[in-house]
Write a protein that binds this ligand. Structure first.
Ligand SMILES: [Zn+2]
Length: 688
């Protein structure tokens, strides 16, 4: 996944903790694993003792919550997460086949088999210990001047295409979306967000104390004595705190104009003259370029300040930690355990490490996802499914067009532009038309950490090689088995991988009501992202260009403020409120998406004589189907991290927060004024 793209696309459901899926080719022999089936409306998942007019979420999901405790190796558990685990099992069978038969399949099959085999060979990984990253550690040890930092930073590639100190890669030009340009952005931290370094509440302080111990432990694992390691941990905290303070917050990063700072190399060198940028870009094999976009200029200035203020030894300490910390999951068990203890157990509340096979399948998906994806889609995704999904997408797009035309607050001028944007959206369903070519990536059966480094390099250079070339509109940012969907404002496209188009999310065996409530709502959600507080600032071509009249934009802002105010009142965990500004785009998309799905469903079934089923009317089935996409159980630790980092609201608000704004809901369940799921008419939020 491109770490550097400053204008992030909007996922429907954020995979926080780790990695998506992976997989590979090989339609070979043996086991044909099948995915377990759960219907898209599951009456046994409901808790009918709850009044739907008080709490739709627990009415629809109470049974699911009781039946589905969080597994000890997970940080939360939800319908999406569970389906993802089923996919991992499925992919595991494919990977094991490929690993068992080296030299028998095609080149792609062999590659994923070798990758999985290297990952699963725990004793070889154990035997190599820290030796697996010795070349990087040696290169750091040999650094003998601050001037040498730039070429060294170019040499040190992190897993999944990450960079040390800052993020570096490519992005679509915000002013000309058909052109790829060089991108540079903030990065370089060990904690999940810059706020951890600057907030003063007791929990943030505790987290910093715990992080210091983690950093110290990593240095001890590298062979340092306790006193030296402790001193080094303080150096890391000081340097990262400087970088954190110079980083935009997540809310600031929702403003695409803040992130647009185009300059040339000479301008960049003025921001940070002590870093040798021309050498860095040459060593990274960037093509020659005229302009680059710097997401966070003050961050680059801060790098310069720390190049002046910190000693050469401190910089070597910084690099040593970041190499060891980021490669820890791929090293010997002592590193793996420490990484788990801090990042997954302390920060997110998991009780146990995931079994090795599960981690290896995820790493394979992350690094070779479009190789694994080819077999996955052959087995689970039929042309009929693609066609029926596309029909639903088109119906929901028509509903959006009708809705825009009917808006009572928008002028004809802006409506015209909005319709142009809607018509410009590309629909991508299932999997890419053209698969990624991994032939230049070398995978060794006996060098797991090396495989991770080479795969990181492959991804980074895939990004760099886009610069100066036409944009590839067929590209996907997530792999086919991923249980998620996204809208990308610069591509102006919606993307639904095969993984998200299966039961219980989309269920060809079910009636339309729950399918529209669930997957229809997701499609509407992604479409609405093109018109949320952030996406609405990009035009049909994906350029950052205002297409609104001033008056319409003011009316739009007042309407999104209603949503911000509503969600800001919700509690995420303990005394932590939902951040209404961080989650605004997702909340607007959740609301708009469900309204569109409802209209499209009514239209799709207007000639049918719909009957109650399972004791629920068709309208009730629509809303219960909707709620059941997000049945979940959560750990408080994870809820806390997500409140700070996740642009999505907690599950129950993604459901209840939507229906309180839909009079159709109150009508479906005959709810009365004054009940919790019924807002007074003058308080209802309506954007799209
Ligand atoms: Zn979204």
């Amino acid at each position: 996944m491109n770490m550097t793209q400053p204008f992030r696309f909007c996922l429907f459901f954020l995979w926080l903790v780790s990695f998506a899926i992976a997989q590979n080719a090989l339609a070979q022999t043996s086991s044909e694993p099948t995915l377990p089936y759960t219907p898209s409306l599951d009456v046994t998942a409901m808790d009918k003792s709850v009044d739907p007019c008080v709490d739709l979420y627990h009415y629809s999901c109470g049974g699911w919550q009781k039946k589905n405790p969080i597994p000890p190796d997970q940080t939360s558990w939800a319908v999406y997460g569970k389906l993802y685990q089923d996919n991992l099992n499925f992919l595991r069978g494919m990977l094991e086949d490929a690993a068992k038969n080296p030299g028998q399949g095609d080149a792609v099959t062999q590659k994923v088999g070798d990758f999985y085999s290297a990952c699963m060979d725990e004793s070889a990984v154990e035997k190599r210990g820290v030796g697996a990253i010795q070349p990087q550690l040696d290169a750091i040890a040999q650094l003998n001047s601050i001037n040498g930092l730039a070429p060294l930073a170019a040499r040190l590639v992190l897993p999944f295409g990450g960079n040390v100190i800052f993020e570096s890669g490519s992005t679509q030009d915000p002013d000309n979306s058909e052109q790829e340009i060089t991108a540079l952005d903030q990065g370089g931290l060990g904690l999940p967000d810059r706020d951890y370094y600057v907030k003063d509440d007791a929990k943030s302080k505790e987290t910093r104390e715990r992080y210091l111990l983690h950093v110290q432990k990593v240095f001890e694992l590298l062979g340092d004595d306790a006193a030296t390691a402790k001193k080094s941990s303080e150096t890391i905290m000081r340097m990262e705190t400087g970088l954190a303070k110079a980083s935009w917050t997540r809310v600031e990063r929702r403003d695409p104009y803040k992130l647009k700072n185009k300059m040339n190399l000479a301008d960049l060198s003025k921001l940070a003259p002590k870093f040798d940028w021309p050498t860095y870009y040459r060593e990274m094999h960037y093509p020659a370029f005229e302009i680059l976009n710097v997401g966070t200029p003050q961050f680059v200035k801060q790098i310069n300040a720390e190049l002046s203020g910190e000693s050469l030894d401190n910089w070597k300490t910084y690099l040593r930690f970041h190499i060891a910390d980021s490669y820890s999951p791929f090293l010997s068990s002592a590193f793996v355990s420490e990484n788990f203890e801090f990042y997954r157990k302390y920060l997110r509340g998991a009780k146990e490490q995931q079994p090795r096979w599960k981690r290896c399948v995820q790493y394979a998906d992350y690094n070779l996802g479009e190789a694994l994806g080819q077999v996955y889609v052959r087995r689970v995704f039929s042309p009929e499914l693609k066609q029926s999904t596309l029909d639903m997408v088109q119906r929901i797009e028509r509903a959006m067009g009708d809705r825009i035309q009917a808006l009572d607050w928008m002028s004809p001028e802006t409506k015209k532009q909005a319709l142009v944007k809607l018509a410009g959206i590309r629909n991508k369903i299932g999997y890419p038309d053209k698969w990624r070519d991994y032939s230049s990536l070398m995978i060794a059966r006996d060098d797991f950490a090396g495989d991770i480094e080479r795969a990181g390099n492959f991804e980074l250079h895939r990004q760099i090689n886009k610069i100066g070339r036409p944009v590839d509109h067929g590209e996907w940012d997530i792999s086919p088995p991923t249980v998620d969907a996204y809208y990308n404002p610069q591509m102006n496209d919606i993307n639904f991988p095969a993984g998200v188009l299966q039961p219980p999310l989309y269920d060809a065996k079910m009636d339309d009501a729950p399918n529209y409530g669930n997957t229809g709502g997701t499609i509407g959600h992604e479409l609405t992202h093109g018109f949320d507080d952030e996406g609405s600032q990009f035009d049909a071509k994906g350029n950052l260009r205002n297409w609104w009249t001033k008056e319409d934009r003011e009316k739009f802002d007042a309407r999104t403020k209603c949503v911000d105010d509503q969600y800001s009142q919700y509690i995420a965990v303990d005394d932590v409120h939902v951040n209404g500004k961080l989650t605004l785009g997702e909340n607007v998309a959740d609301l708009g998406g469900e309204i569109l799905a409802y209209i499209a469903w009514k239209d799709a079934t207007k000639d049918e004589n719909l009957q109650p089923m399972d004791g629920l009317t068709p309208e009730q089935r629509f809303f219960v189907g909707f709620a059941q996409w997000d049945c979940a159980n959560e750990r408080p630790e994870d809820e806390r991290v997500r409140a700070m980092t996740d642009p999505h609201s907690p599950p129950e608000y993604r459901i209840n927060g939507v229906v309180v704004n839909m009079p159709e809901y109150a009508q479906a369940f005959s709810c009365k004024a004054g009940q919790a799921m019924v807002k007074p008419a003058d308080k209802v939020c309506k954007v799209w």
